[in-house]
Write a protein that binds this ligand. Structure first.
Ligand code: ADP
Ligand code: ADP
Length: 222
């Protein structure tokens, strides 16, 4: 599902954020990506979304070579990838419902399907009763759940998260990770960048560790 073949990423200022990375994540797998700040975690996620391009090597998503992908194809790639950010990037000028509906509106989903899809997503994150509220009224954990609902509302086969529990206390962090696990259990391939080593260790999934742009460990537990 996700394959990096000898991938390096050098930014325009000359900084090499990823170095000769080889990596395969199978369909339906759940993995954590860890490493110090600056290790290259966000860069790796950006390459998967084609927000950045590899300087060398090849990234394949679902068999598609992203180096060969024209910019016109990128929106179609992104429909297959749900993304959850640390600061969730919700819009506070509209309701929870409208935040979650946004990807469907952009895709041009049939309006008669939107209500059903949005409620299915809110139901999965336990926020069905909050659809009319403005997300500013919600707690940090709830806001992050809205971010997750928005990421999965169009049922992408791949779910990426960049420090999704960075601002949450341990109890809420573990609830959020359990939600990711539930999506993984229905077949979604999940990759989560996180610093939270104790939480990651408890979850017991594959852990990829980056250090200075190189993959230094790839294994079961920490
Ligand atoms: P992490 O997510 O592990 O903290 P990043 O992928 O954000 O790491 O960054 C890896 C390295 O690349 C860091 O040294 C960072 O400063 C550098 N970097 C990230 N984005 C850019 C950019 N747009 N231009 C130049 N350097 C960058
Ligand atoms: P419908 O497809 O009828 O609208 P749901 O949205 O509730 O119904 O989803 C149907 C099934 O698909 C559920 O079991 C759900 O958990 C699963 N599913 C598969 N992939 C995803 C995904 N990326 N996000 C959310 N649900 C998913």
């Amino acid at each position: 599902m996700i394959r990096f073949d000898n991938v390096s990423k050098r930014y325009e200022n000359g900084h090499e954020a990823l170095r000769q990375l080889n990596l395969t994540i199978a369909e339906g797998e759940m993995c954590f990506l860890t490493g110090h700040s600056g290790a290259g975690k966000s860069t790796l996620l950006k390459l998967i979304m084609r927000m950045e391009k590899a300087s060398q090597g090849q990234v394949f998503i679902n068999g598609q070579n992203l180096s060969r992908m024209g910019s016109g194809q990128v929106p179609y790639l992104r429909r297959n990838i749900g993304v959850v950010f640390q600061n969730h990037q919700l819009l506070f000028d509209r309701s929870v419902f409208d935040n979650v509906a946004l990807p469907l509106m952009i895709e041009g989903t049939d309006p008669s399907d939107i209500g059903r899809r949005v409620r299915a997503a809110l139901d999965k994150v336990g926020l069905l009763k909050k659809e009319k509220l403005n997300p500013i009224m919600l707690s940090g954990g709830e806001q992050q759940r809205v971010g997750i609902a928005r990421a999965v509302v169009n049922k992408p086969p791949i779910l990426l998260a960049d420090e999704p529990t960075g601002n949450l206390d341990p109890q809420l962090s573990s609830e959020i990770m359990n939600l990711f696990e539930q999506f993984n259990e229905v077949g979604v391939t999940v990759l989560i960048a996180s610093h939270d080593l104790s939480l990651i260790a408890r979850m017991g999934h594959r852990v990829l560790t980056l250090s200075e742009g190189q993959l230094v460990t790839d294994g079961g537990m920490l």
